[in-house]
Design a protein around this ligand. Structure first.
Ligand code: SR1
Ligand code: MG
Length: 416
C-alpha cells in the first residue's frame, strides 16, 4: 500500500485522520500545504489550517538528495517514532510532540514547529540562540543517563537494543559515511579540487586511520545508552525562547559520547566557516565569542546534569549498585567512579567530534555552513583548517584534556 505523498496528497491524507486533522480546524479545502524538505533523506510537509498547523514527514524509499539510485529502508520512520516515544518522558518539551505514526505509509505526523528555524540556518545567518547549549545539554544528559544501565536494570537497555539494533540501514550510513568513506576512494565522497591533497594525505595516514578505527569500533560496540544518532545543527530547531531536537531516525544504543561530540563538531565547524561568508550582520569576533562560550557551556552543563541525575538516582539499576557503596568511604568511591565515567564520555565525545568534522569536509553529506562559501578555493581554507584540527584531536587526545583546551585551540584568524 505504500505510496509516496506529494504536497497535493497531504490534505486528503490528513482528512483520513480526523482526530489529528481536528488540530488544523476547518475543512481540507481550507488547508495549505508546503513541501519544505530540507534534510538528506525524507519528505517533509507543513500544513496550516484555520486553527493550527501540523508537520507530516514521510520516509522515502531512497535517499532524497541522491534519488532512486540510492535505495533506503523506509522503516527508519518507525525507528524515529520509537525513539521519540522512548525518550519523551526524559526530555519533555525539548522534543516535538508526535501525534501519529502510520506503519504502512511510514509517515509521522507531529507538531508543526513555528516560528522555530533550523539551528544551522540561524548560525549561518550569524544569529545567537542562547538557550541552545543548555537545552541540548539537558536533553543529552537526561536521555543518555535514563536509558543507560546507570538508571535501570540491564534488561531495560536490552529491550532498547532489541528494537534499535534493527535500525541497520541508518547505522550503515553512519559506519560508511562517518568512519569509512572519508579515508578511502569512494564515489560518495565530495572532495573539491583544492582539498584533493588533503584527502590523499588522510588516505595515506595510517595513524589517523587507526584512531578512526578505534572510533568506529567504539560506535559499534560501546552500548551505553539510547542515542539520537545524528545530533547536528540541522537536527535542532530554535527560537530565542525554545529549543527542539528533531529527526531521531538514526537512533541506536551506542556510546553516549557520539551525540555529545556531534553537537560540538557543528559548533566548531561554524567557527571555522564564519569569517569566509558574508551572511549575517554579526561580526566574526562577536559570533565566535558566542560559539566559544556556548561550547564550554554545553559541556559544563552536560557534565553537571548527568552527574546530578546520577547522584540523585535512588531506583534499581545495575551500573553502580548503591549497596556496594554505603558509608562515607563508599560515597567517596562512588563519586570517583562517576567522575571517571564522565571523563570517558568526554574522551569519546572529542574522538567523535573529530570524525564528524572530517566526514563533513570530505564525505557525502557536506554542510551548508561551508557550502555557502561558493568559491571552492576560499571554502577550502576553513575546511583545511578544520581538518587539521580534527586530525590533531584524533592523534593527540592528551592535548585536549578539558573543554577549555578545545576552545583554546580554535584559531583566531579572519578571512581578510
Ligand atoms: C545519506 S544521508 C547523509 C547524512 O544525512 C543525515 O543527516 C546524516 O548526517 C547522514 O550521515
Ligand atoms: Mg536528519
Amino acid at each position: 500500500d505504500y505510496r509516496i505523498l506529494t504536497a497535493a496528497d497531504v490534505p486528503a491524507y490528513l482528512a483520513g485522520l480526523p482526530a489529528i486533522a481536528g488540530r488544523l480546524g476547518g475543512q481540507p479545502a481550507d488547508w495549505t500545504c508546503q513541501d519544505v524538505a530540507d534534510g538528506n533523506l525524507n519528505s517533509v510537509f507543513l500544513v496550516d489550517g484555520p486553527a493550527g498547523g501540523l508537520c507530516v514527514k514521510q520516509a522515502l524509499p531512497y535517499v532524497r538528495v541522491a534519488g532512486e539510485s540510492w535505495p533506503m529502508d523506509v522503516s527508519r520512520a518507525f525507528f524515529e517514532f520509537s525513539y521519540g516515544q522512548r525518550i519523551a518522558p526524559f526530555v519533555g518539551r525539548l522534543a516535538p510532540a508526535i501525534h501519529h505514526f502510520d506503519a504502512a505509509q511510514f509517515i509521522i505526523v507531529m507538531e508543526k514547529l513555528s516560528p522555530h528555524i533550523i539551528l544551522r540556518r540561524a548560525m549561518i545567518a550569524g544569529e545567537h540562540h542562547p538557550r541552545v547549549p543548555e537545552d541540548v545539554a539537558d536533553y543529552v544528559a537526561a536521555a543518555s543517563f535514563y536509558t543507560s544501565d546507570l538508571a535501570a536494570p540491564f534488561e531495560s537497555k536490552a529491550a532498547d537494543q532489541a528494537i534499535f539494533a534493527r535500525n541497520t540501514a541508518l547505522q550503515r550510513i553512519s559506519v560508511d559515511l562517518v568512519f569509512t568513506d572519508p579515508y578511502a576512494v569512494s564515489e560518495r565522497n565530495r572532495i573539491t579540487a583544492p582539498l584533493e591533497a588533503w584527502a590523499a594525505s588522510f588516505r595515506a595516514d595510517i595513524d589517523l586511520k587507526a584512531a578512526v578505527t578505534r572510533a568506529r569500533l567504539t560506535y559499534l560496540t560501546r552500548a551505553q545508552s539510547l542515542l539520537h544518532g545524528d545530533l547536528h545543527s540541522g537536527s535542532i530547531m530554535v527560537t530565542q525562547a525554545e529549543t527542539r531536537v528533531i529527526d531521531g531516525e538514526f537512533a541506536l544504543v551506542g556510546p553516549s559520547g557520539f551525540d555529545i561530540g556531534n553537537f560540538i563538531a557543528h559548533y566548531v565547524m561554524a567557527w571555522y566557516a564564519k569569517p569566509f561568508h558574508e551572511s549575517g550582520a554579526t561580526s566574526v569576533g562577536v559570533f565566535r565569542d558566542h560559539l566559544a562560550a556556548d561550547i564550554v557551556l554545553f559541556w559544563d552543563r552536560f557534565e553537571a546534569r548527568f552527574l546530578s541525575h546520577w547522584r540523585g538516582f535512588a531506583g534499581a539499576a545495575d551500573g553502580l549498585p548503591a549497596s556496594h557503596f554505603s558509608g562515607p568511604a563508599g560515597a567517596a568511591r562512588a563519586e570517583t567512579l562517576r567522575r571517571a565515567y564522565v571523563a570517558d564520555l568526554f574522551r569519546d565525545a572529542l574522538m567523535f567530534m573529530a570524525c564528524k568534522i572530517i566526514r563533513r569536509v570530505l564525505g557525502f553529506a557536506q554542510i551548508a555552513d561551508f557550502l555557502v562559501i561558493t568559491d571552492e578555493a576560499v571554502r577550502a581554507l576553513p575546511q583545511a583548517a578544520a581538518l587539521a584540527f580534527a586530525r590533531s584531536v584524533l592523534l593527540y587526545p592528551e592535548r585536549y584534556g578539558d573543554i577549555a583546551a578545545i576552545v583554546a585551540a580554535l584559531p583566531r584568524f579572519d578571512a581578510a
